[in-house]
Design a protein around this ligand. Structure first.
Ligand SMILES: NC(=O)c1ccc[n+]([C@@H]2O[C@H](COP(=O)([O-])OP(=O)(O)OC[C@H]3O[C@@H](n4cnc5c(N)ncnc54)[C@H](O)[C@@H]3O)[C@@H](O)[C@H]2O)c1
Length: 437
């Protein structure tokens, strides 16, 4: 099969590379010329573990190439995927569909033979029909069908998620589009991946419902963590105790500083907006948005309290990205917490293994060369993102570098009793902490 992938970001590049690995011939398109030039030169513009190898292997095999021109990319294509960004529209939280609609116009003008136009971007219910209308308006004679194929990959494990998804969701109307989409994902039949065919509206809503549910789970355990602190319970035990119940499951029950990233914040806002517009408000999702926003600021307050005020103090921050194994800083809790600490008079020394390039654009802080460098002379350390390399710090060295042995661990990666024994004032999320020995 021949596939054109419009938008070569986290989703488009991973999807395009993995579809070429399935054996399809894929052309990834982006309108940012530098991105395409970099990819043609063998450079990967984002950090995603394993992506460089998949891209290099498939470029070498002649199945994967990069283009700035949609028309050239679509020559002979059986399917064209729209994987452009759908950020929050300023003000009302609705998904901004400008990029999707402009991609639709460009695709319309380039349609020659029959093609299936697939929305892979996360888009509100009804968008696939809107894209269809645009294509028919621009190119009334175009021979095409529409499909909605939301993407569920997680940054940080995107390659594995694409190769072995829990399910593939495809919304489409007719047999012709269904057969093309079946062929696109045929290699996954080997793993017996369930392929769920639905209406386009259902497919679009499945994506938002999935993200809203996961965001709700995180927010629920975060509120339980606050309650644990108030009543002297341990949120790790509570999470394990409820997570072992098969009806609940143990995933997404890690208390922390609130969810961030390129999906949950904007997708919960967009779902809330759609639901309000349609007169079917999602009160749970509304509460999730509100509680999660408040939590990020509350975490800055927690840090301030642990430090006994931050005015004139140096706070070492480990981890700035919204989660480990990515360089993505979109809506990361650090973007709220760090400026708030600065506003209260703190100086920040920070280290992130992959996020420094993005963080440099978004935060006015000193970025250090490694974790120990960030700790040097600080009044205490805050763990904001649970990168593996922060999980086994040399505590003797940490203690020697800090002016006071204080750790605020917003990801609960250390053991409170051991930290107390090592002589730290240790503050975590939702866990009782013994005083330092
Ligand atoms: N990032 C994730 O983990 C994830 C997971 C599932 C779904 N999604 C969804 O996938 C979509 C894409 O997300 P992303 O994180 O990959 O975004 P991104 O911002 O990383 O990439 C989007 C790319 O599209 C390009 N683009 C925009 N308009 C274009 C056009 N007309 N022609 C060619 N290229 C164009 C941009 O230059 C950019 O490189 C969003 O709807 C998002 O919600 C993202």
């Amino acid at each position: 099969m021949r596939i054109a992938m419009i938008g070569t970001g986290y989703v488009g590049l991973v999807s395009g590379a993995c579809l070429s690995e399935f054996g399809h011939t894929v052309v990834c398109v982006d309108k940012v010329e530098e991105k395409i030039a970099a990819l043609r030169a063998g450079e990967i513009p984002i950090y995603e573990p394993g992506l460089d190898e998949v891209v290099a292997a498939n470029v070498a095999a002649g199945r994967l190439s990069f283009e700035t021109d949609i028309r050239r990319a679509m020559q002979g294509a059986d399917a064209v995927f729209i994987a452009v960004g759908t950020p929050s529209r300023r003000g009302d939280g609705h998904a901004d569909l400008t990029y999707v609609y402009s991609a639709a116009e460009e695709i319309a003008a380039a349609i020659g033979r029959y093609v299936v136009v697939v929305t892979k971007s996360t888009v509100p219910v009804g968008t696939s029909r809107e894209v269809e209308t645009i294509i028919r308006r621009v190119n009334p004679g175009a021979d095409f069908d529409m499909a909605s194929n939301p993407e569920f990959l997680r940054e940080g494990s995107a390659i594995e998620d694409f190769r072995r998804p829990d399910r593939v969701v495809v919304g489409c109307d007719g047999d012709r589009a269904r057969e093309v989409m079946r062929e696109v994902y045929r290699p996954l039949y080997l793993h017996e991946t369930p392929i769920l065919f639905t209406s386009r509206e259902s497919a679009e809503l499945i994506k938002y419902a999935a993200n809203a549910f996961l965001a709700t789970k995180i927010t629920f355990i975060n509120e339980m963590a606050d309650l644990c602190e108030a009543v002297g319970a341990d949120v790790q035990d509570v999470a394990r105790g409820i997570g072992l119940d098969g009806r609940i499951g143990n995933k997404f029950l890690h208390a922390g500083p609130g969810f961030g990233g390129s999906c949950f914040p904007k997708d919960t806002l967009a779902l809330r907006k759609t639901a309000q517009d349609k007169g079917a408000p999602t009160r749970i999702v509304e509460a999730v948005v509100q509680v999660n926003d408040a939590r990020k600021l509350a975490m800055a307050g927690k840090i301030e309290k642990a430090f006994g005020g931050v005015k004139g103090k140096t706070v070492a921050i480990l981890g700035l990205t919204f989660k480990p194994n990515t360089d993505d800083m979109r809506d990361a809790p650090s973007l709220v917490i760090v400026p708030d600490l600065q506003k209260k008079g703190a100086t920040i020394r920070a280290f992130d293994p992959e996020g420094a390039r993005e963080a440099h654009k978004l935060l006015n802080i000193e970025l250090c060369k490694d974790a120990y460098d960030a700790l040097d002379g600080a009044d205490g350390v805050v763990i904001l993102t649970e990168w593996n390399q922060f999980r086994a710090l040399d505590m003797a060295r940490v203690k020697a570098l800090l002016r006071t042995p204080l750790m605020v661990d917003l990801r609960n990666i250390y053991n409170p009793a051991q930290m107390a024994k090592a002589g730290f004032k240790y503050v975590s999320v939702g866990r009782a902490t013994p005083p330092a020995a």
